[in-house]
Design a protein. Structure first.
Length: 488
């Protein structure tokens, strides 16, 4: 147990409260200002964003809430924690939309900054915690993740909540068993949400902070036990329910997917040892511009050493992991930000501190402005317009076959459960249509439609897209199987 006089929150203030004063109101306001404007825009849509929104739509439309599906096929890459929340928002609103899907990420990010503020107060001071929490909304890596329909911010929220519960236990008497168990519950949610990196970060937190900062006690074996118990309860609940539903088949397929660290092979990316170094700097702007002064102050006072080592250890593990994705850095950004702000807080240059404050403020304002003016020439709005037009022209009783991943967009925009994805190769498209025994609609470029010449189907061109890849001639074609060869 930490002595109250020496604890990071006990000096002159007594025990810290989770959300002191009006600070949480301002953090919520800043989060809303940064993330809510233009939330429904489609000029910039992240990769897989529509995929997650469509999985939730199928779940809300009457699908399996334990085993998510995508275009009617089981989706094994991510368990349905994030998708369940998005599906619930669809049910409440009465309809699916990209705005609602993104709203779950926004709320998760806002809650994450509140949890981080309470945690950073315990690791440093109220002033540092306040500045760090505000600065997160100015980081491109954080602000971008808060506005996309992906499970990253929910994953980060679970990790930070687990760390906060453990830090809170360090302040209490009797070993803080309840707090460690609560931390395990939060960690279990993060584990099911996105994977084992969550366990790594919490273990590094519980190991490095007591080892590098004498204010924190070492975690006892009994406390580790309560943490593990919480993890088993929260993650085991979903696992047990899934196993009972199908004998554990889906759970085994999730655990054996190739991009997990214990299953190297198909999901391995080529070695890129400096990938995360460059991504860290890019996603850490504007604070990255102050790193020379941060490092100078660090060499003088060694402030924020646990946060720095936690970030570096996490960076090392991500570097040697199977897959390289820039958004994997998100749970580590708060600790890197804490390290920077702790050292800049003692910066003696008043002009430098004013420049820092202006940089953070402007970076927070840049995010909504960026989504208002950026990428006006993007093809994404044309994709959405084509999806609305084509699904409207295809009858409700006609199955829709779409070439490539646009099938996911068509299913989401048209709210259809009969969309099927076809390969990108025109000959493969023709072979697949030849196997269909009922009339339907095909969305494909001109080359794939021409490949139907020798297929026993009669085709009728319905409409074409003039905006989305006009050079490829994307069009909606109605087809009907015949006994003889194809005709027009």
């Amino acid at each position: 147990m930490v002595d109250q006089e020496l604890s990071p929150v006990g000096r002159a203030r007594g025990r810290a409260r989770a959300l002191p004063g009006p600070a949480w109101v301002w953090l919520v306001a800043v989060g809303c200002l940064s993330a809510l404007p233009f939330l429904g825009q489609v000029r910039e849509v992240s990769s897989n964003e529509v995929r997650h929104a469509e999985i939730a739509r199928e779940m809300a439309a009457g699908g399996d809430w334990l085993r998510p599906t995508l275009l009617g096929e089981e989706y094994r890459d991510k368990p349905p924690v994030f998708h369940g929340l998005v599906a619930l928002s669809y049910r409440i609103a009465g309809h699916p939309s990209l705005t609602l899907a993104r709203l779950v990420s926004v709320l998760s990010a806002i809650l994450a900054t509140l949890v981080w503020f309470a945690l950073a107060r315990r690791l440093a001071s109220r002033g540092v915690a306040w500045t760090t929490s505000l600065a997160l909304w100015g980081l491109p890596g954080f602000a971008w993740a808060a506005r996309v329909s992906r499970p990253d911010t929910l994953f980060m929220l679970g990790i930070l909540a687990a760390c906060l519960c453990c830090a809170r236990a360090w302040e209490g008497r009797g070993g803080g068993r309840g707090w460690f168990f609560a931390g395990g519950l939060a960690l279990g949610v993060a584990l099911v949400c996105k994977g084992p990196v969550s366990v790594l970060i919490v273990v590094l937190f519980l190991t490095l902070y007591p080892a590098l900062d004498e204010r924190f006690p070492r975690t006892r074996w009994s406390q580790w036990g309560w943490l593990v118990s919480g993890v088993l309860v929260s993650s085991g609940g979903w696992a047990a329910a899934t196993a009972l539903a199908d004998g554990g088949r889906y759970l085994r397929e999730v655990l054996l997917q190739p991009d997990l660290p214990w299953n190297p092979g198909k999901g391995v990316d080529p070695p890129q040892y400096l990938f995360y170094v460059g991504q860290s700097l890019a996603r850490f702007v504007p604070l990255a511009l102050f790193l020379p002064w941060v490092l100078r102050e660090y060499t003088r006072g060694k402030r924020g050493r646990p946060a720095l080592w936690l970030f570096l250890a996490g960076l090392l593990v991500l570097t040697v992991a199977n897959k390289k994705r820039a958004h994997y850095l998100l749970p580590l950004l708060p600790f890197l930000t804490l390290f920077a702000i702790e050292n800049l807080a003692v910066w003696r240059s008043r002009r430098g501190k004013r420049v820092l404050a202006v940089a953070i403020g402007l970076s927070i304002l840049v995010t909504p402005i960026r989504y208002m003016v950026a990428k006006r020439g993007s093809r994404t709005p044309a994709e959405f317009a084509m999806a609305r037009a084509f699904t409207g022209a295809c009858g409700a009783d006609e199955p829709l076959y779409c070439q490539g991943k646009l099938a996911i967009l068509f299913a989401f925009v048209g709210r259809r459960g009969d969309v099927r994805m076809l390969p990108n190769d025109p000959r493969a498209v023709a072979a697949r249509i030849a196997e269909v025994s009922e009339p339907g609609c095909l969305v494909a470029p001109e080359a794939s439609v021409e490949a139907l010449r020798d297929v026993p189907v009669a085709i009728e061109r319905v409409t074409r897209s003039e905006r989305y890849k006009p050079e490829a001639g994307w069009q909606l074609t109605r087809f009907r199987p015949t006994a003889a060869g194809g005709s027009r």
